[in-house]
Design a protein around this ligand. Structure first.
Ligand SMILES: [Zn+2]
Length: 237
């Protein structure tokens, strides 16, 4: 892919890039997430019904972060962030912290972060390490039992959609990595970017359902494809 006139890049990453670091994908082939149905752990209803179960689930996911490392794809994207002279925005659907641990700075977590809490009493969001549980107290207002994981659940609005939409409308290149592209609103990103004149590239383990909407699809492991693409685009920068 030529980088002629490419200045602004928007990149979307999904579960596939974290899977290569050993984190379970959001929906495995069995339709479960670490043995749980998504509707039992990842909806506002589930939290109202059984907050202990939901907290235990996210506490376990948060603890797991300590035993995984960013892979070559995360590291290549961090290098691109450092070296790319134009605008760049990395939007991730992942709730882990592997992009920031690799060094990415121009980063948005559209589905929230395992390492953040959100107080329903005072509406503050804050960094969170270790277990949260039902009895967590808010570091801002000290309310007890009102802190939930700062995760966007099914039925809730993803974060920063206006900023993402604005970046998509201005970008010259949209790159989708490790995501099926099947779930809105992310599925609409390629449409917005292309409608506004961008080229679009996807890198995925398998061709995605939305492959036909991309100018180019590369198939394989993100840990191999992404470093090669970053080398390619930086050579032409
Ligand atoms: Zn509070």
């Amino acid at each position: 892919m030529s980088s002629d006139r490419i200045s602004n890049i928007v990149i979307l990453t999904g579960a596939g890039i974290s899977a290569e670091s050993g984190l379970a994908t959001f929906r495995g082939a069995d339709g479960l997430w670490e043995g749980h149905r998504v509707e039992d752990v990842a909806t506002p209803d589930a939290y109202r019904r059984d907050p202990a179960l939901v907290h235990a689930f996210y506490d376990a996911r948060r603890a797991r972060l300590g035993s995984v490392e960013p892979n070559a794809a995360h590291e290549a994207l961090a290098r691109l962030d450092t070296e790319w002279p134009g605008d760049l925005l990395l939007v991730t659907q992942n709730v882990d912290d592997l992009h920031e641990r690799a060094g990415s700075k121009r980063l948005l977590h559209m589905h929230g972060e395992l390492t953040k809490g959100w107080c329903l009493a005072c509406d503050e969001r804050f960094d969170w390490a270790g277990p949260m549980g039902e009895g967590a107290s808010c570091p801002s207002c000290a309310a007890v039992g009102r802190v939930r994981p700062d995760i966007v659940w099914f039925g809730e609005m993803p974060y920063d959609m206006e900023r993402i939409d604005e970046a998509l409308r201005r970008c010259d290149l949209f790159v989708s990595i490790g995501t099926s592209g099947a779930v809105y609103p992310a599925a609409g990103f390629v449409q917005t970017a292309r409608y506004c004149g961008a080229r679009a590239l996807e890198m995925n383990l398998e061709p995605s359902l939305g492959s036909y909407m991309f100018d180019e699809s590369r198939t394989g492991r993100a840990g191999e494809l992404v470093p090669a693409w970053v080398d390619e685009i930086l050579r032409q920068a």
